[in-house]
Design a protein around this ligand. Structure first.
Ligand SMILES: Nc1nc2c(ncn2[C@@H]2O[C@H](COP(=O)(O)OP(=O)(O)OP(=O)(O)O)[C@@H](O)[C@H]2O)c(=O)[nH]1
Ligand SMILES: [Mg+2]
Ligand SMILES: [Zn+2]
Length: 356
């Protein structure tokens, strides 16, 4: 399998030529499971570990490889294992705020072209959560597509209603509907996926992500939940892995997300709420918070029933969270850098040979 079939594009290929010299080669991280990695290149897939140097130089978990990353490796033991020496720059990424109060980001996956934001029509459907995922994808420069699963559990009328709710929130992305039970829509998903492009399935536990991948693979090679459940309970998929489909598309399966922390960047928010941003340009005050100021064009649109109030509320909430994280993230980065300089100076002074 050529590296381009594994998703290597000219931009990353250029980075690889520059950074994997002189005796390393490029490979893609296909699985991550608590510190254990697998990488794949034109020779096949092998287990891999990080060099001590990579671990030492990492300032935060964001600097460590995640599934979908391109890395520079050296093969060992007659090509049966590899060591990962560095992570190539990411073209796109999915990340979230790590659990806990600390402001640190956790990389979920990298170098993805399209993220399917998956919600089940039954029990799981929630437009606010959907918007959060849309922001998350766009912030990481990934094109989102909404996917509704388990359509076999609702009537056609109910499905129409759900799609209407999504559209009412100003969501203009594609919406695909599938049932893994009847197979409806599965071929449409397959047709949307191009060879050498990377896709991921993002959504709560139990919505049918792995079941869909199995259907696309035409078998049941991946573990799914035995009995049909409502979405509560344990996670079936526990590791993130990149799967190569027969038609050449690359698909990342991941565990459902329990906690969807908010990420930095107003960028993703701006794109997801483009309708509000456009209206806001006509507000009387340039710094209007749309909280009842006179001449507010956003409020006026809600009054005219052209904009859902819930959509605005979600926007205001996400923007507030985002501003908070932006600030604390910047603050933390600054401290980290100061700390890094301290360690560096300290090492230089104390033991000059501690290097590499
Ligand atoms: N009725 C119905 N049930 C489905 C459909 N797709 C999946 N299921 C069932 O939903 C349950 C959960 O499916 P999984 O594929 O394991 O869900 P998942 O999204 O991979 O869950 P995690 O791995 O925990 O994140 C299983 O019992 C499936 O059989 C569907 O389209 N319709
Ligand atoms: Mg799964
Ligand atoms: Zn306003």
């Amino acid at each position: 399998m050529e590296l381009s079939e594994l998703g290597l594009d000219p931009w990353v290929a250029g980075k690889a030529r520059e950074l994997c010299r002189p005796d390393l080669s490029a490979a893609r991280v296909t699985a991550v499971d608590r510190g254990r990695y697998r990488v794949r290149d034109q020779h096949g897939e092998v287990p891999a570990e990080l060099t001590g140097r990579l671990l030492r130089l990492a300032e935060s978990s964001e600097d460590l490889p995640c599934v979908g990353d391109w890395v520079c490796v050296r093969h060992r033991d007659a090509g049966t294992r590899a060591t990962i020496h560095s992570v190539l720059p990411r073209r796109s990424f999915l990340r979230r705020k790590a659990a806990g109060r600390d402001v640190e980001f956790q990389m979920i996956a990298a170098n993805i072209d399209v993220a399917f934001i998956v919600q089940a029509c039954h029990f799981d459907f929630n437009v606010r959560r959907l918007e959060r995922y849309l922001v998350m994808a766009r912030e990481g420069h990934i094109e989102p597509v909404v996917m509704l699963t388990k359509t076999d559990l609702v009537t056609a009328g109910e499905l129409e209603r759900l799609i209407g709710l999504i559209r009412r929130m100003g969501v203009q992305t594609d919406i695909v509907c599938v049932s893994n039970v009847t197979g409806e829509g599965v071929e449409r998903v397959r047709a949307q996926m191009a060879p050498g492009k990377t896709y991921c399935l993002l959504g709560s536990s139990g919505v049918g992500k792995t079941t869909l991948i199995n259907r696309l693979l035409g078998g049941d090679s991946l573990e799914t939940r035995e009995v049909s459940q409502t979405g509560e309970g344990r996670h079936t998929t526990t590791r993130r892995q990149l799967i190569v489909l027969q038609d050449g598309g690359l698909l990342i399966d991941m565990p459902g997300m329990r906690e969807l922390g908010m990420l930095g960047a107003g960028e993703g928010i701006g794109e997801t709420f483009a309708d509000i941003d456009a209206l806001a340009r006509s507000c009387r005050y340039p710094d209007c918070r749309h909280g009842g100021e006179p001449g507010c064009a956003v409020r006026a649109a809600i009054e005219r029933n052209e904009l859902a109030d819930e959509h605005l509320q979600n926007y205001l909430k996400l923007r507030k969270e985002s501003e908070f994280h932006e600030l604390s993230h910047a603050e933390r980065r600054r401290k980290d850098r100061a700390f890094g300089r301290f360690v560096h100076a300290h090492k230089k002074g104390k033991d000059g040979e501690e290097r590499g």
